[in-house]
Design a protein around this ligand. Structure first.
Ligand code: OXD
Ligand code: MN
Length: 590
């Protein structure tokens, strides 16, 4: 019990419905954490990892059907269907509650109900917001302790009458047919049942900091975005901050922790966040960003000392690994880690792993949950109450053919159109087919809590409300040659693209005007020391007119879904793009 009547009465109400054996209020302390870890080790919810090489690290194996976000079971329960829009699943609030309440009913019998107060945003920030999650999963509590500021600090922030976002979570019977992730934007309420997976069960992350926060942000004139935040320090010591939106598992964590290549001496990168940004107009007229999270919930496969040495160092202690493989020396292992799996490795389900089987040892969406403060290059401003000023917004996707390496929007409205038309190949972060091309505006398709037509309008409105707006860019690290090889080396070399972007922001870098936007020529990019000949450079930095003409009808069809909600500004930009691509595609039909 705390000194907050509304919180106490909601907790009581949950207790009556869920019927737990006991209720535990989490204070976030070390002692509480140690006690819960001991209990989880006893129940095999956690397995210990090698205490020498991975101190205070644990492995969790989830049930095989519960390994990713489930977009098909995720609903926006606004009172009007129109407010959820054509890209969200919708249920009327009363219907949703009637349908899902029976699944919650008595689901915590014999279990402990944890009450987890948490803070999204740095404790000293006026922009931080309080959530309270009720859960029967000690694994969720341990993850929330890394991903948010949890326990006493949140209750202090809340005081006796502050606002909080209530979130009721129960793993229930983990039955995928009885799995629902419900958002009630009118009440600022979350219900999640039947899954223990991060994006479905750590309610502070996608449910609160994106889906509900995006609704709040629109109402209050700010932005909640699926963006990393990073500082790029040039050899003169000047730091420029950028925010970048890429779809899930498309390299946000790697970019946020980039290691500058030796051929660009004097550059340093500072990580502020790797997944979510809350952005507001500052007193100086610039857009300022905070990272509402306190940890990284990163994709393990593909992470290694070459692709992301800073992530590797962030996760070597106090980290929870989920669905990775386990070596005989009790160390985590995944595909794309340094070196092959040692003989005797167990796969993510605890079965002996046979590399000849063609199966993966780690699940493709295996994760690490690591405290942000452990990142060797964490920015000294990562907990700055006012955030960091953003000079550039970068959209990106995974496209083998269509997207050039980088281009810049002509202005905010065109940049908003670039975000609205973002398209990417799907990854294992969500259940379903991998590698399928889908529209994913601003990388927010699964995370926007309201009609995306209104969301595009909100972006356009924000453009008018920011006196000194960031410039908007689009990147694609994944373009392939006709032979199917990646044209761009990626990883640390992406700094070359950031260097051009920052040069543009400062009015120093050159560009040519193309149908898509301003683009560097091969000479405008610093490619010193890279084995990229003129032909490859041209392939990376050209507009594939045929591919773009093919793109237009699908884009048209997607944007048409928003009907009268599609802002005129987006429609106009589509029409202008079609015109620039040539008379063959001038049939922009919205
Ligand atoms: C994530 C996701 O986990 O986007 O960040 O799925
Ligand atoms: Mn994400």
């Amino acid at each position: 019990m705390v000194q907050h009547a509304a919180l106490n009465s909601w907790v009581k109400e949950c207790e009556r419905l869920l019927k737990p054996e006991r209720v535990v209020w989490c204070d976030g302390s070390e002692a509480e954490h140690e006690r819960m870890v001991r209990e989880m080790l006893d129940s095999k919810t956690l397995l210990p990892l090698n205490p020498k090489s991975y101190p205070h690290c644990y492995l969790h194996r989830s049930v095989p059907n519960d390994v990713a976000r489930v977009e098909g079971c995720t609903f926006i329960c606004s009172s009007k269907k129109e407010d959820a829009g054509p890209t969200n699943n919708w249920m009327a609030p009363a219907e949703a509650k009637d349908k899902v309440r029976p699944i919650f009913e008595g689901s915590m019998r014999g279990r402990t109900m944890y009450v987890v107060p948490y803070l999204m945003g740095p404790a000293a920030s006026p922009f931080a917001k309080v959530g309270v999650e009720i859960t029967d999963s000690p694994y969720v509590v341990a993850n929330m302790r890394i991903m948010t500021r949890m326990g006493a600090v949140a209750l202090e922030h809340l005081g006796s009458g502050g606002d909080f976002v209530p979130g009721m979570h129960s793993t229930a019977d983990l039955n995928p047919d009885r799995r629902f992730i419900l958002h009630f934007p009118d009440e600022n309420l979350i219900w999640s049942v039947g899954s223990g997976y991060g994006g479905n069960a750590l309610l502070g992350k996608k449910c609160f900091a994106l889906r509900l926060a995006s609704v709040l942000a629109r109402r209050e004139g700010w932005m909640a975005e699926h963006m990393l935040i990073m500082g790029v320090e040039d050899p003169q010591g000047e730091v420029t901050y950028v925010a970048a939106a890429f779809p899930s598992a498309c390299g946000k964590t790697n970019l946020a922790m980039l290691v500058p290549p030796a051929s660009l001496p004097g550059y340093k990168i500072w990580t502020v966040g790797d997944d979510i940004a809350w952005l507001r107009v500052g007193e100086d007229g610039r857009l300022w960003a905070i990272n509402p999270e306190a940890g990284f919930f990163g994709v393990a496969p593909g992470t290694n000392t070459h692709s992301n040495p800073n992530a590797m160092r962030s996760l070597e202690r106090n980290t929870i690994f989920t669905n990775v493989a386990l070596t005989p020396s009790n160390e985590p292992w995944w595909e794309g880690m340094d070196g092959p799996a040692p003989p005797g490795t167990l796969d993510w389900q605890g079965r002996p792993y046979d590399p000849a089987s063609g199966q993966k040892a780690a699940h493709p969406n295996a994760r690490f949950t690591a405290p942000a403060r452990q990142c060797p290059i964490v920015s000294k401003h990562w907990e700055d109450p006012k955030g960091v000023p953003i000079s550039a917004i970068i959209f990106g996707g995974r496209r083998s053919r269509v997207g050039p390496l980088v281009y810049e929007g002509f202005n905010w409205q065109h940049g908003t159109f670039m975000g609205a038309s973002m398209t990417s190949e799907t990854t294992a972060a969500a259940a379903g087919a991998v590698g399928v091309v889908r529209r994913d505006p601003m990388a927010m398709l699964p995370f926007c809590g309201y009609n995306m037509g209104d969301y595009f309008q909100h972006w356009l409105d924000m453009g008018k409300a920011i006196p000194r707006p960031p410039r908007i860019f689009h990147v694609n690290w994944f373009r392939k040659s006709a032979g199917g090889n990646f044209l761009w080396p990626g990883f640390g070399e992406n700094l070359r693209v950031l260097k051009w972007i920052i040069g543009r922001v400062k009015g120093e870098a050159l560009a040519v005007e193309t149908a898509l936007g301003f683009m560097p020529t091969v000479e405008d990019l610093d490619l010193e020391g890279l084995d990229i000949g003129f032909a490859k450079g041209r392939a990376l930095l050209s507009v594939d007119y045929d591919a773009w003409r093919e793109e237009i009808p699908g884009l048209n069809e997607f944007l048409n879904k928003f009907g009268s909600k599609l802002p005129a500004g987006i429609h106009d930009e589509g029409k202008a793009l079609a015109k620039r691509l040539g008379p063959e595609v001038a049939n922009w039909v919205i």
